[in-house]
Design a protein around this ligand. Structure first.
Ligand code: NAD
Length: 483
């Protein structure tokens, strides 16, 4: 199967923070990939805009180096790279001063799609938005893309939304959550809503529980000081895990339309029950075998910030009453693995004697590594010897099913930037969604801050603190192994 590439309309994309880490690692290599795939028309342009003085040539060299560093050799085609670099320009702009804005205005065309990517600290979003409009650079159809973190609580998220709203309509604002750009995450919607098989079972009557795991092996080294002001709840749960939860739990939208999808996601967040303190386990990795502890990485020996969190959530609506959702995420864990596992209930009655062989049906949606889905079903153990049961995976690994097309699956950033150019907001968070997620998270965070709770220690390379295992055990359930 070969994936189809449909070129997007001609565009001018301005990347504020075009020399920064995110631009070099993800945005610019991703744009090259789309150019190489033929999705970007010849007359589209990318304009790097950042504080440092650089010539176009120096910016192109920086981008060439980023492509060489962050893309596999097999994706680097020297002729295509040279061609791509011709589409790049650079302008030195100060978000907080007047420097560079007239030059930017002279560069940005108003007869093509205009997109402005704010890949800078959120404190600068307001400055950028106001100068873009004050200098008459952004037209009425212009799109702005904003990076995370979108606030650190409800008040700051509201303030950020209000600032952006002074200059742009909601239909122009694209809040990135790169988890939504992952192939499997979108496939989750296709599997749910393009098949008759799963949806009738997609409710508490048939689903025992859901587990969402985002496990990382990396520490917070290098960004410890920043991370320490945030923690796993703010950095991962309020946004990425919450978005995954919404896609699993939402009702079918009436149409695959940006606002219809986001309306349904919003209803899920609003239906979340407050979380009881005993249903939350926070952890901090300790030092082991010469490797630094969280406290050392964060350079704060008194830190109470969590590098791990596990929570049990309940959604109070007809569909999900009685089905717990267990979420966990952390740093320095055993393996880098992100997955959603939907565990179904026991059949109401077993006609087989081999009760021991029975295992629950589980649908596993794997986001990384090896994106794909896997449905565990019971079959008869092959061979003679009576009716013994065994469980086998029905493997829907994309690599096998889609062949070459799977090798070429665009990275989340590539897909999302192309969606911005197409003007499709389905995979971007709406302002009210972000606010609802903070409104849910704020009292939880305030609770542990008020109680002065310290996270529990856990060993690096483990699957988190002991108490997180207990969170499941006491319900007679177990976490899936992190691997
Ligand atoms: P960075 O510090 O590496 O780069 C910041 C960029 O902003 C530089 O290009 C710098 O020149 C520019 N800049 C700073 N002040 C400016 C000013 N006054 N006027 C104009 N330009 C200015 O940061 P980053 O890691 O690339 O992160 C950018 C944004 O993306 C942040 O909001 C961050 O939270 C978010 N983000 C980053 C990552 C990542 O992996 N790096 C991941 C997710 C989200």
């Amino acid at each position: 199967m070969v994936s189809r590439v449909i070129p997007v309309e001609p565009f001018d994309l301005v990347i504020f923070g075009g020399t920064g880490d995110l631009a070099r690692r993800k945005i610019l290599p991703g744009l090259y990939r789309r150019f190489q795939a033929g999705q970007m028309t010849d007359d589209s342009r990318i304009i790097g805009a950042a504080r440092g003085e650089l010539s176009d040539e120096a910016f192109r060299n920086l981008v060439a180096e980023a492509i060489a560093e962050f893309l596999p050799k097999t994706q680097q085609d020297p002729a295509a790279i040279a061609d791509f670099l011709k589409r790049l320009q650079y302008v030195a702009v100060d978000a907080q001063g007047e420097n560079g804005w007239p030059q930017l205005k002279a560069l940005v065309r108003d007869d093509v799609v205009q997109a402005f990517y704010f890949s800078v600290a959120p404190a600068l979003f307001g400055d950028l938005a106001s100068r873009l409009t004050a200098h008459g650079i952004a037209g009425p159809q212009a799109r702005v893309v904003v990076e995370k973190p979108f606030g650190r609580d409800l008040a700051t998220a509201k303030a950020l939304n209000a600032t952006l709203a002074q200059h742009f309509a909601e239909s122009q604002i694209y809040r990135i959550d790169h988890y939504l750009g992952k192939e499997t995450v979108q496939n989750l919607m296709a599997v749910r809503f393009a098949n008759i098989l799963f949806e009738p079972l997609w409710k508490s009557e048939y689903v025992d529980h859901v587990q969402i795991t985002v496990a990382e092996t990396v520490s917070v080294e290098g960004r410890g000081a920043y991370y320490d002001t945030s923690g796993a709840m703010r950095d991962m749960v309020q946004n990425h895990l919450m978005q995954l939860l919404c896609l699993i739990a939402m009702e079918p939208p009436y149409h695959f339309d940006p606002n219809a999808v986001r309306d349904e996601k919003l209803k899920v967040i609003r239906a979340l029950d407050p979380v009881r303190p005993e249903d939350i386990v926070r952890g901090q990795y300790v030092g082991l075998k010469g490797q630094a502890s969280y406290l050392e990485d964060a350079e704060n020996k008194n830190s109470k910030t969590e590098s791990y969190i596990a929570l049990k959530l309940h959604i109070s609506n007809w569909r999900w009453k009685g089905t717990p959702f267990y979420l966990r995420t952390g740093k320095r864990l055993r393996a880098r693995a992100s997955e959603i596992a939907i565990t179904f209930r026991e059949p109401p009655h077993s006609i087989f004697d081999d009760a021991e062989g029975w295992r629950e049906n589980v649908l596993v949606i794997r986001l990384q590594p090896d994106e794909g889905m896997n449905l565990k079903v019971m079959i008869k153990e092959p061979g003679p010897g009576g009716m013994r049961l065994t469980q086998v995976p029905l493997d829907m690994s994309f690599a096998d099913a889609l062949g070459e097309a799977a090798q070429d699956v665009p990275d989340a950033y590539e897909r999302l930037i192309m969606d911005v150019i197409r003007g499709n907001q389905t995979l971007f968070m709406r302002g009210d969604e972000v606010e609802a997620a903070w409104a849910w998270a704020d009292p939880i965070i305030e609770g542990w801050e008020r109680r002065g709770e310290r996270p529990q220690p856990y060993d690096p390379g483990s699957s988190g603190p002991e108490d997180a295992l207990m969170l499941m055990h006491r319900d007679g359930r177990r976490w899936r192994e992190i691997r």
